[in-house]
Design a binder for this molecule. Structure first.
Ligand code: SF4
Length: 428
């Protein structure tokens, strides 16, 4: 049974109120946003169980940033995760994903859901926790957990529907150095191998759509076969999964379920554009959510910088939603400072993407005003306009207050050329 009040169906017949809000925020014509939602090119994940700041993801919208938080079995401190979630929002995160696997998962999720943010989860994590191991997760348990997350008010769910027997076969035909690095991907592989059955999220996809439709929850079609190192970027499993996701994306849209697609993890920089365009093409231009991309494997400790480089290039080619990578990536559960640093650099990647994909491009008032403030050596104005003015102020203040900065001191090129031209003006 599909409810007739899904956002996709309402957008097909007009401009719902929430679309009007998004259109004003994004500076896009409301009818255009409505049409893009109806076509599945923009999603607005918003579970009716909760009220929160809306976040539109997709074509023509500003690039959005998600921040993952969550406990693990090795480090379970729910209060710390709440602090990390708030720090992410304070530094510009547009969405949060609670990936907790340690402690009282429903209680932790309740706290995160009380924040003014779009929230996503990965239900298979909880299913594995409850079952004790991945092989003991059956379809009934998995769908029960999915329903609970929907009921509790989660806005979007990452579900690895494309990790099916076909993708598993591709993994065997064309083995990869790192195998599978997605947690959800590995869980579903274990379920299929040890139970000898198809992934229920794939074989019972219509039933899954019924649940999501009932609660108006958005599906994020997970990339469980994303490459885990550059050496695996051109192996078969990833492409097989994408083709499956393309098929499932069409079925979701036809059922009125909002959907987005998750994209590659570790890929060389020159393959980023191709991958983004290929996924967009085979998924009817569904919103694309990227984890990274990580474009070199030898910079642990700086993977937030690595993924910012990959993320900016991906946005230039059409990626819509970036998942924050912190300095702790591949090393440890992030701390609050890691979340702040990771969120900030990911916001910068998203903004760089906007400077080439938004209609106004790089000619925004803020970019123009910053250039003018730099020309005038107006430091206060520069701090006001900067994405993170607190850091700019701290660094500038190291050498005390002066007209120029301490980089060139009395040989300041900006000051010299300004005086030179002002002198020309006076002579005239
Ligand atoms: S001192 Fe050098 S770096 Fe600083 S504002 Fe002038 S030209 Fe730029």
């Amino acid at each position: 049974m599909f409810l007739m009040d899904s956002l996709i169906r309402r957008c097909a017949h007009g401009v719902p109120p929430e679309v009007g809000i998004i259109a004003r925020d994004e500076g896009i014509d409301a009818a255009t946003v409505s049409r893009a939602v109806a076509q599945g090119r923009i999603v607005i994940p918003a579970n009716p169980e909760r009220q929160h700041r809306l976040c539109a993801i997709g074509e023509g919208c500003r690039v959005k940033v998600n921040v993952n938080i969550g406990t693990s079995g090795a480090h379970c401190d729910p209060a710390l995760e709440e602090k990390k979630a708030q720090a992410a929002l304070d530094n510009g995160a547009d969405a949060l994903m609670d990936l907790s696997t340690g402690g009282d998962l429903a209680a932790i999720r309740k706290k995160i859901l009380s924040l003014d943010s779009t929230v996503g989860t990965v239900p298979v994590y909880e299913a594995v926790r409850r079952a004790g191991n991945a092989a003991d997760v059956d379809a009934d348990l998995l769908f029960a957990v999915i329903r609970e997350h929907c009921k509790q008010g989660v806005d979007f769910l990452t579900l690895h529907c494309g990790v099916n027997l076909d993708a598993l076969s591709a993994l065997r035909t064309d083995p990869r150095l790192m195998g599978v690095v997605s947690r959800g991907g590995v869980f579903h592989c274990a379920m299929m191998v040890q139970r000898g059955e198809e992934n229920p999220l794939f074989s019972e996809f219509d039933y899954l759509l019924e649940i999501l439709s009932e609660y108006n929850v958005t599906i994020s079609l997970g990339d469980g076969m994303r490459p885990g190192c550059l050496q695996d970027a051109e192996k078969l499993a990833k492409s097989v999964e994408y083709i499956t996701l393309g098929r499932l994306a069409k079925r979701a849209l036809a059922s009125g379920v909002q959907r987005m697609i998750e994209g590659p993890g570790h890929i060389p920089l020159d393959q980023v554009g191709y991958n983004v365009r290929m996924i967009k093409e085979i998924t009817d231009h569904a919103p694309l959510y990227l984890l990274g991309p990580i474009v070199t494997d030898i910079a642990p400790g700086y993977d937030h910088v690595v993924s910012t480089i990959g993320g900016a290039v991906a946005c230039m080619h059409g990626a819509d939603f970036l998942c924050m990578v912190s300095p702790s990536e591949h090393l440890a559960l992030p701390l609050v400072d890691d979340i702040i640093e990771g969120t900030r650099v990911t916001k910068i990647a998203a903004h760089i993407g906007d400077t080439v994909r938004r209609p106004e491009g790089y000619r925004t008032e803020r970019e123009v005003q910053m250039a003018d403030a730099r020309r005038r050596l107006d430091w206060e104005e520069q701090f006001r306009l900067a994405l993170f003015g607190d850091v700019a102020r701290r660094i500038h203040s190291r050498d005390g207050e002066q007209e120029t900065c301490s980089m060139c001191g009395d040989l300041c090129a900006v000051k010299m050329i300004r005086e030179l031209f002002e002198g020309d003006t006076k002579k005239e």
